[in-house]
Design a protein around this ligand. Sequence first.
Ligand SMILES: [Ca+2]
Length: 494
Amino acid sequence: MKIFLSLLGLALLSVPAHAAAPRRPNILFIAVDDLRNDLGAMGAAHARTPQLDAFAASARIFTHHYVQAPTCGASRCALLRGRYPTEAAHVGNGGIASTHASWGDANLPAWFQRHGYRTYALGKITHHPGGRTGRLWADGPEELPGSWTRSWIPATPWREAENIMHGYANGRPRSPGKTPPLEAFAGPDSAYPDAWVADEAVRQLRELAAAAEPWFFAVGFFKPHLPFAAPKSYFDLHDPERIPALPSAAAAKPEWPSTWHPSGEFRRNYAHAGRDPDADPAYAREVRRAYAASVSYVDAQIGRVLDALRALDPAGQTIVVLWSDHGFLLGEHAIWGKHCLYENSLRSPLLIRAPGLAQPGAASAALVETVDVFPTLTDLCGLPAPAGLDGRSLRPQLDRPATPAAKPARGFWTEGQRTIRSEHWRLIASRSADGSPQFELFDYATDPLETRNHAATQPEILRDLRAQLALRPELPAPSAKSSGKKKTPESRQP
Ligand SMILES: [Ca+2]
């Protein structure tokens, strides 16, 4: 036996280096929080996003990427699980923590780890930055145990994860309902958390450059999530007069029976000093400007990480994904927030750069979804995919940007709300107060701002989309324990 083992050892040692399997590509996955498609590279004329625009010129720009659920934790649950929500918990922020035990290693980081990757989560990747679910998200059980080589937040003046998540300048934490939704501080980039995330990401990238194993490094930034807070220099990039206003029909509360909500996150978690952006055009402009400034600030921080990667990997052999967990309505439908199934709540940027990408900088208008990210990454890295993923690899759109969508886009929300988006239409199915079915049907070919509900006037389209919707089972009602009392479903979301 001993001799056999020594012979085996010799045989392994004598395998010539060139016969070894090629090393699998590394992945840098950048998550941005609450970023709608407000990038210059995606046609937003008022945006000031030079770093992401430069990155987009080297990547595939997916202009019609849709998330599965319009809140942070639920969207990230679909990303990491690679599946549509199948339980009520999957549309809440606690879905990862409460259901991961049944996933096995069929989650994105665990799967890559099983296939020889080191996996890292810096900042906000799961719902809780750093991946802890206890007090101030600083200790307690792990949100997604057994999946990361390391999951952490940098050491900063904000200290705990919950405070860095909603932080104001220089370590000041949010006081829910008492602190403002906007802040411009005349100071350096490091006055706000994302500069610290970028610093830490650059440090980690330098360390990983020497790693023997391939790596999957997820870096999660906090802006432009509320509060819309950034150094004043980023506000100065935006002339308030140039921030576009919405046509009044697009800014109105729907006149039809709808899934409208009262913007609980924006109105209740922050102090507005009596101002209401729906009634005060100057305030609406200030809010939109602060959002744009927060986007410019995070753009600059991401740019520093991409610069560091370029220096370490000049040949561009690393796969880079930029993704946001959902969009944000800035007054569309008289909503200031996400937590609904309207277009700009579910639509968010997805940019992918892969070695040898054809036609870098070209846009794909194919409908793609967050659940497509998992099979795309396994495909690009030459790994098998776990059984049961709902998405499709986006390699066809990476190879040829004009390749059409493989499927419609689906979205899910609380109280059984569901949506399906085809190239021209979106159907939102919900229930009215008496439990009867209720439909909203929008035609993006003629009405991109969703100002008219066609549910009563397009019976054939409605029938067809309802049939497609029925191909997936409705989410079971939440258990009595998790559904709580009569809260507005979106108001309890942070
Ligand atoms: Ca988010």
